[in-house]
Design a protein. Sequence first.
Length: 271
Amino acid sequence: MSGGIRIPHPLIILHGQGVALACDMDGQMHADQLHGLFAGDTRVLSTYRLGVNGHAWRLLGRSRSGHGTAQWEFQNPAIRDPEGEVPAGSLLLSLRRRLDGALHDDLSVHAFGSRRVHLQLTLQLDADFSDLFEVKSRSIPPRLNAYRAPIPGGIAMTYARGDFHRGLEIRLGPSHFSPVFVGALLIFELDLDPSTAWTCCLEATPVIGDKALMFSGDPHAPEPDPVPDPYRLTLETDPILVHPFRCGRADLHALAVPQAEDPPYIAAGVP
């Protein structure tokens, strides 16, 4: 608080195909903040936290290449494994995130030390299925009808109240180390030789009613231009205005909420 005015916590916002994500500047999400993956006016993912051997990763840098794409790099603090100390900065964690209907994260850990290391990489994932107004007011009642259950290649979190159904299906891509699920925690036991890397894909698919919002396109490809060909307008003006015009036009198209039989619409509250 400053002079009675609440200073908003900075966020990174990604959006695409009617789904939005708000996260901390380090890409992680905390349920007590205005963070989460939002679909169907519901926060279907409220917690996303990474750790290594019981410690938090240290952010090195971040970048953003579109309305639905961002990337972060982290290094380890000084930690220990069964063989002794693992010096700070000898591990690099990369997180590349794409959002386009579903959320797709590419995780990789690179080892740069002089010996083999044993790591316990943890990822805490949880969903409170709060609606937008509950998240905004930070008044989250307990969800007694929320469940989690294993599915092929991952885990599903679901919530139902009468005819209201929301869910999130989390699946993990190819990895030579399979995680152990302990409640909301995914635990990867990794053994990495010097100059080697571990990679894993995580895809989180929102479920609205009985419809799963699948990822649109290739999550590993560069983010496509969201403006359809018939609407590729040109602007003849000073070059300093061209880039803001193109970005604003792309943002409006990316914010459009698709409909099955009707034209897309821009939800209330957008710029």
